[in-house]
Design a protein around this ligand. Sequence first.
Ligand SMILES: Cc1cc2nc3c(=O)[nH]c(=O)nc-3n(C[C@H](O)[C@H](O)[C@H](O)COP(=O)(O)O)c2cc1C
Length: 184
Amino acid sequence: MSRTVAVLVGSLRSQSINHTVAKALAKVAEGRLAFDFVEIGDLPLYNDDLWHEGRGPEAVERMRAQIAAADGVLLVTPEYNRTVPGVLVNALDWGSRPWGQSVWVNKPAGCCGAATGAIGTAAAQLALKAQMVTLGMVVMGHPEFYLKFEPEKFAEDGTVTDESLRGFLKTYTDALAAHIERLC
Ligand SMILES: Cc1cc2nc3c(=O)[nH]c(=O)nc-3n(C[C@H](O)[C@H](O)[C@H](O)COP(=O)(O)O)c2cc1C
């Protein structure tokens, strides 16, 4: 049985390498995990004043509903100045409110990321994992997924052409599927 994973990518640009990696992960996970990509680019900057009678702006309600309906969550993050991009933190903040109604609590979750730099988002993920734990997500700690992006390993349509990289992606999604299965 295929489990649904809400996928949040912390980059808004059209040529994002993290979007490419997320799509490649979706392909290798087919049959075990169905990726539901969550739009976070149209969320307003977090502002308590935008809640009205327990409801947030339309984009916030849409995001919260997608996450609530998913069996698990996958955060795919770039690294900005050795930490998590603001756009992703903003989405985490919206999901964590109203107080007592966070959509993150007890969600099986993983995080991964790709960068052009050699450490492959390790610094960003360290910060992100701490926040995910604080938010009550049940974070998969192992295997870790840090990728120095090499464009020649991906075809135009996002398919991974490199055998070893495809194996790495499959190992990761297999582990995430097992993690979700254990907790569902
Ligand atoms: C504001 C900014 C800060 C960045 N800081 C880092 C960094 O700390 N470490 C790193 O490896 N790459 C850093 N980069 C380079 C990113 O790895 C690269 O731009 C990557 O393509 C971003 O992911 P995306 O393609 O999914 O948007 C930074 C890029 C930007 C725009």
